[in-house]
Write a protein that binds this ligand. Structure first.
Ligand code: PMP
Length: 417
């Protein structure tokens, strides 16, 4: 058995994944991660979406090693650096310009929740209004602002005290049949007699990752965007988990042809598993005063270097987006097949975020445990952790994908038999 004594003795009880995976990991490459006993696991978790280009991607590693070797700046707050310039130029050239997008870029801090905090604060500052509309099942981060718009009672309980005001709305899930209409939502927004304040912004994920792989229809996202723009409510798309190609296109909202007012990115934007976050805003929304939202680690220069290398390698053409769609179809077909074979299962997803939902959460947990024993890392998501969520690296080969899906299929068959 692996020696996990020090983790159990010294690490806070809040740790989670160490409990799901009782191993001590040492090294990783591509879609594989190894524990100290020398066992290899296929990684269908990929840092909860932080490793879209795989572990220790050789192209990114070379760029990073060359940079460190040349004594490149590692810590620079928001000073002008060559690494930051190259990142901004490449982001403009490979991501914004080809999509006809015009966003100013803020580096709000190292993690996804920092990007969300900046987005919420900015929306409040721009509109002079305070409340935010969020959705049931949403996940936006663990700091107080982001947690206020997170629709998960267990996570919210971690705050202990009431949070910033938010108004939760039901999330669309295109497997639920009829598209919900926004009629009653409009009536709430337009009511002037009840003391309800028009919100500053609506924050939404196009696919809820932590919420259990709940996929919003493009038409629903378009209707939401129209509703917001007709009422001067800002639309924030949180692309922390679904951005950087997870669903196919670089931005997950491209599927709906909408242009959010504010966009958050993190997880895979640094590319190498290095902390990095962006808050993108339409230029006229950039009402920040200098120094109004700062933070020590908001300019991680090694992350700029790996981010630039990733944008150059994977986003100068449409190849990665196309392969994500093909591989996503491969995963979805396997999950749909399982859903056809066993009662109570359903499959859903978009691109390389795919979920297999169980009616009984203990089955989802048992599948992950069985898969782990057979050499596959996958985690559960959803309000009661009833969904097995698959997030392989986007760069995974179809053979590796097939291998992982075989392990999963056998795990499901042994749990549901
Ligand atoms: N938004 C979304 C959609 C996320 O999935 C996450 C992380 N799971 C966050 C925000 C928070 O990011 P971080 O954990 O880096 O703070």
């Amino acid at each position: 058995a692996p020696d996990t004594t020090i983790f159990e003795q010294r690490e806070s009880e809040v740790r989670s994944y160490s409990r799901a995976w009782p191993a001590v990991f040492t090294r990783a490459r591509g879609s594989w991660i190894q524990d100290e006993a020398g066992r290899d696991y296929l990684d269908f978790f990929a840092g909860a979406g932080a490793l879209n280009y795989g572990h220790n991607n050789p192209v990114l590693k070379r760029a990073l090693l060359e940079y460190l070797d040349s004594d490149g700046i590692t810590h620079g707050l928001d000073m002008n650096t060559v690494a930051k310039r190259r990142f901004l130029e490449t982001f403009q050239r490979n991501i914004l310009a080809p999509r006809g997008l015009d966003y100013k870029v803020q580096f709000p801090g190292p993690t996804g929740t920092n990007a969300v905090e900046a987005a919420l604060k900015l929306a409040r500052k721009v509109t002079g209004r305070s409340s935010i509309v969020n959705f049931t099942g949403a996940f936006h981060g663990m700091t107080l602002g982001s947690l206020s718009v997170t629709g998960n009672s267990m996570k919210r309980a971690g705050a202990g005290i009431p949070l910033v005001h938010s108004t939760p709305m039901p999330f669309d899930n295109y497997f639920d049949g009829e598209m919900p209409d926004f009629h009653w939502f409009e009536r709430v927004l337009d009511d002037t007699g009840s003391g309800l304040n028009r919100p500053a912004a609506v924050i939404v994920e196009t696919v809820q990752g932590e919420g259990g792989v709940n996929v919003a229809r493009p038409e629903w996202l378009r209707a939401l965007a129209d509703l917001c723009s007709s009422r001067g409510i800002l639309l924030i798309v949180d692309d922390v988990q679904m951005g950087c190609g997870r669903t196919g296109p670089f931005f997950s909202f491209e599927v709906a042809g909408i242009t959010p007012d504010i966009v958050t990115l993190s997880k895979s934007i640094g590319g190498y598993g290095l902390p990095m976050a962006l808050t993108l805003m339409r230029p006229e929304l950039d009402v920040w005063a200098p120094g109004e939202h700062n933070g020590t680690f908001r300019g991680n220069n090694p992350a700029f270097v790996t981010a630039t290398a990733a944008l150059e390698q994977y986003w100068s053409d449409g190849m990665l987006a196309r392969s994500v769609r093909t591989k996503g179809d491969q995963v979805h077909a396997a999950l749909a097949d399982l859903a056809g074979r066993f009662d109570g299962l359903s499959a859903r997803g978009r691109g390389l975020v795919q979920g297999l939902a169980f009616t009984r959460p203990e089955q989802a947990a048992a599948v992950c445990r069985t898969a782990f024993d057979a050499g596959l890392l996958a985690e559960t998501a959803g309000p009661t952790d009833e969904v097995v969520k698959l997030l392989p690296p986007l760069t995974i080969s179809t053979d590796e994908l097939a291998l992982g899906l075989n392990i999963l299929t056998e795990a499901v068959a042994s749990v549901c038999r």
